[in-house]
Design a protein around this ligand. Structure first.
Ligand SMILES: Cc1ncc(C[n+]2csc(CCOP(=O)(O)OP(=O)(O)O)c2C)c(N)n1
Ligand SMILES: [Mg+2]
Length: 205
């Protein structure tokens, strides 16, 4: 598979640093969620993503948008306009949501439609580690696995939900996606140098 768009980790990080600087200067008047620390893992995953594939994301989707082929300056303009939390580019087949679990049933339904139509496209659904613990995630992963749908769920494991430790909440060091060993679920660990939202200055949480 030829990647849709290739970036080095430094190029991705530089984009995120630029966003962080604009946010901290007060030029972005809406939340931003930054993904630094996940560069290598996402570059590797996107080496398998085709341009006809569909990508669904959470509120944290800048790198996925770049790697799916959204032009950097177009993406940057959308972020400057306050759209970081819910970036959607149908023309590049990438969608995101600010609602925890919002992308999961839509991604699963897209995979079901592709399967019924006998098309070659695949679906890639990115989700946070706490989102992966929800009932909606379990329902979608189980349904997709049992029906062999063309979808891969990718858990972006930063260990936290905002400021809350995910594993501590659930009382186990083993996350649910490892317990079930669904064949269509992958994960990677990363640590961001930024807070959950924002970039360290001004309003953040
Ligand atoms: C339905 C809903 N409930 C609560 C929130 C607030 N919220 C936004 S992100 C988030 C944390 C989710 O953690 P995780 O899935 O691990 O994603 P991360 O931000 O760490 O990538 C929460 C609770 C929301 N956006 N939507
Ligand atoms: Mg998390």
């Amino acid at each position: 598979m030829t990647p849709v768009k290739t970036y080095t980790p430094d190029q991705l990080r530089d984009f995120e640093t630029r966003v962080a600087e604009e946010f901290n200067r007060g030029n972005i008047r809406a939340p931003v969620h930054l993904s630094d620390g996940s560069e290598e893992a996402l570059i590797e995953i996107f080496s398998e993503v085709g341009d006809r594939d569909y990508v669904y994301c959470s509120w944290r989707s800048h790198y996925q948008c770049l790697l799916k082929g959204v032009p950097p300056e177009y993406l940057f303009d959308q972020i400057m306009a306050g759209k970081s939390i819910s970036l959607n580019f149908p023309e590049y087949r990438i969608f995101s949501t600010a609602i925890v679990t919002g992308q999961l049933p839509i991604a699963t339904g897209t995979a079901l439609a592709i399967s019924r139509a006998g098309l070659p496209e695949k679906v890639w659904c990115f989700l946070g580690d706490m989102t992966a613990e929800t009932g909606m995630a379990q329902t979608c992963m189980r349904y997709a696995a049992n029906h062999n749908l063309p979808i891969t769920f990718v858990v972006e494991d930063n260990g936290v939900s905002v400021c809350t430790e995910t594993r501590q909440v659930w009382g186990t060091p083993v996350p649910v996606w490892e317990t079930h060993k669904y064949p269509n679920v992958r994960s990677f660990s990363y640590k961001s140098s930024y807070p959950h939202a924002g970039a360290g200055v001004r309003v953040q949480f």
